[in-house]
Design a protein around this ligand. Structure first.
Ligand code: AHG
Ligand code: MN
Ligand code: MN
Length: 374
């Protein structure tokens, strides 16, 4: 990435001829990042299934190689990785911060040792898909890498958030942010305001109020928006405030992908003491029905997010309420170009990050408060 302008790796893959399943043009660096991650995960021995922004469907971690007699597989893993290999890639050729987002689920059924080759590719794909379509409450790990003026690696294993910074002189990540906590309030909002005229009315009102000093704090909030989720979330985590890619009239489910953008970031933010909602409901609770399913995502400092939520709770817009309900029930949230999952939402396979079998309570987050669609 740092030398892509020198080595000619900038610009679109195949001069614009490469389109991913979501209809987006892939950059050369999108494809390279995806390959780098796939290769690294393949040989870790820990992974069974991976799903990526740049792959149409979840694939067994060995990909086609599982069918090759040339490959000897010694290990098979129990984990499922979901990732956005290069987040913010529209920014990458201008040297603006970009990142990688990942989430890890446990209990894969699509592992090498469980695969019966006689079952055929459709059956194997179905198992891989089932592995992947899990709600955020089932995540056992999540995090991101931010490639910026420093390279930061921030992750959670379900017990706090830890931030490391790459020391290039020794080639190691050094623990620089132990047990990271997001401030309970910030003074920055971070949305693509060009879309504000199409946002849900409650969000329009909330942002107008905090701009004018009419919110709870009476501060006039400042605006920062990079357009790379990882960069915007990293700043929000360290400085506090609120970041979002909300629903709008054209994109009723926003832009960000539930599985490999919103849910991993939601897990991380909650572990740091913040919140991540669709507007009204907790992102972690949403059962995915498609790998590339989108979801409105508003996250950040707990008090800022709760203040924003109040505007949604007060809304009596029946269409908005119905959309919230549908998402929580695992229905009606796929957009065009998204790959359908099973008819029913993925079964909750168990909770790895809380103490509530029914969906994962997180310290200081009341599931009842955010889970109930009104
Ligand atoms: P990606 O590059 O992986 O497709 O993701 C881009 C996302 C996210 O990083 C960012 O928050 C958002 O798109 C920016 O979108 P807008 O340009 O519409 O603001
Ligand atoms: Mn992204
Ligand atoms: Mn991406």
């Amino acid at each position: 990435m740092r030398t892509s302008a020198i080595s000619g790796l900038t610009g679109l893959e195949k001069g614009g001829g490469s389109i991913n399943v979501q209809g987006e043009e892939q950059k050369q660096l999108d494809v390279i990042s995806n390959d780098v991650l796939k290769k690294a995960l393949r040989w870790s021995g820990q992974l069974a299934t991976i799903a990526s922004e740049e792959e149409d469907l979840p694939v067994n971690v060995m990909g086609d190689a599982v069918f090759s007699n040339d490959i000897v597989i010694e290990n098979s893993g129990r984990y499922v990785a979901v990732f956005d290999p290069l987040d913010g890639s529209s920014n990458v050729d201008a040297g603006i911060p970009v990142g990688t987002i990942f989430g890890i689920f446990d209990s894969a059924e699509c592992s090498i040792e469980d695969i019966d080759l006689s079952e055929g590719i459709d059956k194997i794909e179905e198992k891989c898909l089932k592995d992947t379509l899990q709600p955020g409450t089932n995540l056992v790990a999540a995090g991101y890498c931010l490639y910026s003026s420093a390279t930061s690696f921030v992750f959670t294993l379900g017990s706090g958030v830890y931030g490391f910074t790459l020391d290039e002189s020794i080639g190691e990540f050094v623990l620089t942010h132990a047990d990271l906590k997001i401030p309970s309030r910030g003074k920055i909002y971070s949305f693509n305001e060009a879309n504000r005229w199409d946002w849900d009315p409650p969000l329009q009102k909330y942002v107008t109020d905090i701009q004018q000093g009419l919110g709870d704090t009476k501060y006039r909030y400042s605006s920062r928006y990079i357009g790379s989720m990882v960069g915007d979330v990293h700043r929000t985590l360290l400085y506090g405030g609120i970041f979002g890619y909300p629903a709008d009239r054209k994109n009723l489910n926003g832009k960000l992908r539930l599985l490999y953008e919103a849910a991993p970031m939601a897990f991380l933010l909650e572990q740091a003491g913040g919140l991540a909602l669709t507007g009204k409901n907790r992102i972690m609770d949403i059962p995915p029905i498609g790998v590339h399913q989108r979801v409105p995502c508003i996250l950040g400092s707990r008090d800022d997010v709760l203040e924003m939520r109040r505007y949604y709770v007060e809304s009596r817009d029946s269409e908005l309420i119905a959309r919230c309900k549908d998402r929580l029930n695992g229905a009606g949230t796929l957009n065009e170009n998204e790959v359908d999952g099973p008819a029913k939402p993925a079964k909750n396979l168990g909770n790895h990050n809380g103490d509530d079998e029914n969906g994962g309570s997180v310290e200081n987050v009341s599931i009842g408060e955010f889970g109930a669609a009104q």
